[in-house]
Ligand binder design. Structure first.
Ligand SMILES: [Fe+2]
Ligand SMILES: [Fe+2]
Length: 228
């Protein structure tokens, strides 16, 4: 996995939380550190996800759609004020839409269908945590970008777990490939925040939001959804 120099510096700010990270298997530790994540996913999630492929794939398909929609929503609200977002987020929306079609093909190949979209409690709680300590002198866009960065980061970690533990060899390869995309998207959002709001501000806020993210992700239940 390749991450930019900016992102490696960001990740370095979170290394003080050694006790949680010590629980991570060695293969996951580097991923967590590079992505600024402070705690590994509970192994109960891996069990739940591997045991319910229809729910996992259907939820994943919706996650890709939501990622594309979220990128477009950011453009709708902020493209005028921050034109530097247009090219990268336009390309991201296109890529996430392609991911949706790829996940949908995996469902179809297994004779599975897509369920209705469900609310994502993890994303809702993370966005609420960012709003809870929002300061008037900080642009709401910065928090939206960094929340998106952390969602990409956690998805990357979970796709690595799926690439290592799913019984289906084709899906293990599928998730290993998607994992690199999620890591790249984390880098994209982190870099956009640094470009728009400065590296020091980005580093500090990312560290705070990563602490909130760790508290949220450690909270059960651990269901088969991507962010379950
Ligand atoms: Fe994606
Ligand atoms: Fe993504």
């Amino acid at each position: 996995m390749h991450l930019s120099r900016d992102t490696r510096l960001d990740a370095g700010t979170t290394r003080g939380n050694g006790s949680r990270l010590a629980r991570a298997p060695a293969s996951l530790l580097i991923t967590l550190l590079m992505l600024s994540l402070l705690t590994p996913t509970n192994p109960l999630w891996v069990e739940a996800a591997c045991a319910d492929l229809p729910t996992l794939l259907s939820d994943h398909a919706h996650c890709e759609l939501k990622a594309a929609q979220s990128a477009l929503s950011l453009l709708a609200r902020y493209a005028g004020e921050f034109p530097c977002l247009v090219a990268p987020l336009g390309a991201l929306a296109k890529e996430e839409t392609e991911h949706f079609t790829m996940v949908h093909a995996q469902l179809t190949a297994r004779g599975l269908g897509m369920g209705l979209p469900a609310s994502d409690g993890y994303v809702t709680r993370l966005a609420a945590a960012a709003r809870a300590d929002h300061h008037a002198d900080r642009s709401p866009l910065m928090d939206k970008i960094l929340v998106a960065a952390l969602i990409e980061a956690r998805s990357c970690e979970r796709f690595q777990l799926l690439s290592e533990h799913l019984p289906d060899a084709e899906l293990r390869k599928f998730y290993a490939d998607l994992m690199t995309s999620e890591a790249r998207h984390f880098t994209l959002f982190s870099s956009l925040s640094a470009e728009c709001f400065g590296r020091a501000e980005t580093r500090a806020r990312l560290a705070t939001l990563a602490t909130r993210e760790a508290e949220i992700v450690e909270h059960p239940p651990f269901g088969p959804q991507v962010h379950g």
